[in-house]
Design a protein around this ligand. Structure first.
Ligand SMILES: Nc1ncnc2c1ncn2[C@@H]1O[C@H](COP(=O)(O)OP(=O)(O)O)[C@@H](O)[C@H]1O
Length: 335
């Protein structure tokens, strides 16, 4: 992982064009603290809501209000499903977000799909597709209803694309559905383990049940949007729960077909930054094509005396990530 040292305090004389907030893996549950699968990282299920409140307090300070917030997925923990508290916890966390007066774009992660079916999510408050922008006379840039993805333009010449990293996944589907059967076939072709969440012995360790991938249909749509952005000299930021660049993540927490997503992105010049969550330790790398891949540190594994969120200040030539707590500051110049 190319974890560059923190550049220290960010200093920028001129005013940013716009700013946005980023936060990942809140995974709230009304439960005592626990641990990750390997017992190596503490998970603060209850405190995660206080961390969100802390971030919102920062984003509502006078003169500091960002234009919008990206919630990178895994808003409530899968344990809620076992305790029949999914709706209650979702309501509590969404009510906390109401303290923000700016739009919040919600990505969907694996924990959304442990708690809710895709059909439920589609009609829930976690579906923020109504915030999308459409490009007149370019029907090829309209996403299909088969996946949860959209794009929006918060400032002229800056396009944000939210991707569905669980478009191809066994999570959140009726086990009798043809799509489930098809996704299970793909998973099993790459993972012969009885426990499909285990990457043990895999040459492609990202093929575990808690990950997913992008359909060809979604990647073709992405290609069309990026073609439009190239032509119109836009800068593009992509958002997904699951990272796609190995140097910015551990080897397991990657989208199943991350290489396919990278090859679409690398065939265009407009993409400047890719934001993800999922890998709670966080990560960062700039790829050979100059795209900055930021995997944000997860709130759920953040001790009560720390923080985990950021505000990104966007300039004509760079983005400055102003990190709080575990999230380091980063200067990300465009290529
Ligand atoms: N190495 C592993 N072997 C087997 N099961 C695993 C492994 N890692 C994670 N899991 C299981 O996969 C699921 C998702 O893991 P978890 O760490 O909770 O995901 P997340 O990081 O998204 O919170 C859990 O049920 C967990 O027990």
């Amino acid at each position: 992982m190319d974890d560059q040292s923190d550049p220290g305090p960010l200093r920028e004389g001129s005013k940013a064009l716009f700013s946005f907030g980023v936060i990942a893996d809140i995974q709230y549950a009304d439960l005592e603290d626990g641990f990750n699968f390997f017992g190596t990282r503490k998970r603060y299920y209850r405190h995660s809501l206080l961390h969100l409140q802390g971030a919102i307090d920062d984003w509502t300070r006078e003169g500091r209000v960002p234009g919008f917030v990206l919630q990178l997925g895994d808003l409530i923990d899968g344990y809620n499903a076992q305790h029949q508290t999914s709706e209650k916890s979702l309501e509590l966390v969404m009510n906390t977000f109401k303290m923000l007066t700016v739009p919040v774009h919600h990505a969907w992660g694996n924990h959304e799909l442990y708690n809710f079916s895709k059909d439920y999510l589609t009609s829930s408050k976690l579906n923020t597709k109504y915030l999308e922008d459409q490009i007149a006379h370019h029907p090829e840039t309209v996403p299909s209803e088969n996946y949860y993805a959209y794009h929006f333009v918060p400032f002229p010449e800056f396009r944000f694309i939210l991707l569905d990293a669980y478009d191809v996944s066994v999570l959140g589907l009726d086990t009798c559905s043809p799509k489930y059967q098809q996704c299970m076939r793909i998973l099993k072709e790459h993972n012969p383990n009885e426990e499909l969440n285990s990457p043990q012995g895999l040459s492609e360790p990202q093929f575990v049940q808690f990950n997913g991938g992008f359909s060809q249909e979604q990647l073709s749509w992405l290609n069309e949007v990026l073609t439009f952005s190239d032509t119109n000299q836009e800068k593009v930021v992509i958002v997904s729960h699951v990272p796609i660049y190995p140097e910015s993540s551990d080897s397991v927490c990657l989208a199943w077909n991350y290489r396919d997503a990278l090859s679409v992105i690398w065939s265009h010049k407009c993409v400047v930054c890719f934001f993800a969550g999922h890998t709670h330790d966080g990560g960062y790398a700039q790829d050979p094509f100059g795209v900055h891949h930021v995997s944000l540190e997860g709130v759920i594994e953040t001790a009560p005396d720390s923080q985990a969120f950021g505000t990104v200040h966007v300039y004509p030539d760079k983005m400055l990530l102003e990190g709080k707590g575990r999230v380091p500051n980063r200067i990300m110049s465009y290529k």
